[in-house]
Design a binder for this molecule. Structure first.
Ligand code: DGL
Length: 277
């Protein structure tokens, strides 16, 4: 089926400075992991984050449905004049990244599970990829495992229920740690020494995973994705001036108060600017 074409505001070639925001989206709070990395690495860059909480969770939804959301959200972000889109969600990247690149005239950066660094650094040769069902079912994931898994034994584990706990801001609760143990214990017992966070929500569980399985290496690609986004902007001469004050604007498709409560619980300072969806 042909992919509909949407045309974004054209990028101005060779412009030295670009005040437009970087657009990012996820089903909820998970993509704030990439926001946090961008704020740390490039505090001058303005950010516009779309939290699609009305459609949370993406993980169990059919890929076509997630793809439809990704297209609608991208169109909304472009309406607000973003200069690039970071698909800060592994599930949406699996469902839509390639089609988005074909359809919209703006640079995209997406999430890919860190199979390569995990396979390269594992001492036991056995690594665990923790991701949503949607990510694990996608062809992007099987391609990455085939291309970069090398000789490592790669085991795919669905983090059922974990994104929900993060979405509610329960990132330090004992009950969340028990849930993580239930999912990962068989993997660690079988000799896995490396856990790949293949869902942006899981970034906020890294401390609990480390506490539950001391010694296990945790692979998190959120910083690499933020660096990649900044590199793409630099290559396009589209970085914000260093003296700019990079604000964080937020669009929430569902319950805003609940989203801001969870943001606070995972350590984000408010206020941020609210934008209507
Ligand atoms: N944060 C998302 C991901 O990276 C999805 C979580 C969900 O909505 O199921 O896959």
């Amino acid at each position: 089926m042909p992919v509909p074409l949407f045309h974004a505001t054209p990028m101005v070639c060779c412009e030295a400075m670009d005040h437009r925001p970087i657009g990012l989206f996820d089903s909820g709070i998970g993509g704030l992991s990439v926001v946090r990395q961008l704020q740390r690495l490039a505090p001058a860059e303005p950010l516009l984050y779309f939290a699609d909480t009305a459609w949370f969770p993406y993980g169990p939804r059919p890929a076509a449905e997630v793809r439809k959301r990704a297209f609608a959200i991208t169109a909304r972000l472009l309406q607000s004049g973003v200069k690039m889109v970071v698909v800060a969600c592994n599930t949406a990247s699996a469902a839509a990244l390639e089609d988005l690149r074909q359809a919209f005239d703006v640079p995209f950066v997406g999430m890919v599970p860190g199979v390569k660094p995990a396979a390269a650094s594992s001492r036991t040769g056995r690594v665990t990829i923790l991701a949503t069902e949607g990510t694990l079912d996608g062809s992007l994931y099987s391609r990455v495992v085939a291309d970069f898994g090398g000789s490592a034994r790669v085991s795919s584990v669905a983090g059922t229920g974990l994104a929900d706990l993060v979405e509610r801001g329960e990132t330090t609760a004992d009950s969340t740690e028990r849930h993580i143990r239930g999912i990962l214990e068989p993997e660690i017992a079988a000799g896995s020494d490396t856990v790949v966070l293949g869902c942006t929500h899981y970034h906020f569980l890294a401390d609990l995973i480390a506490r539950a399985f001391p010694g296990a290496a945790i692979v998190d690609t959120t910083e690499a994705v933020a660096r990649r986004a900044l590199q793409v902007l630099t290559d396009n001469d589209a970085r914000a001036p260093a003296a700019a004050s990079g604000a964080l604007d937020i669009i929430v498709s569902g319950d805003r108060a609940a989203f801001y409560r969870s943001m606070r619980r995972i350590g984000f300072a408010l206020p941020v600017q609210e934008v209507s969806s």
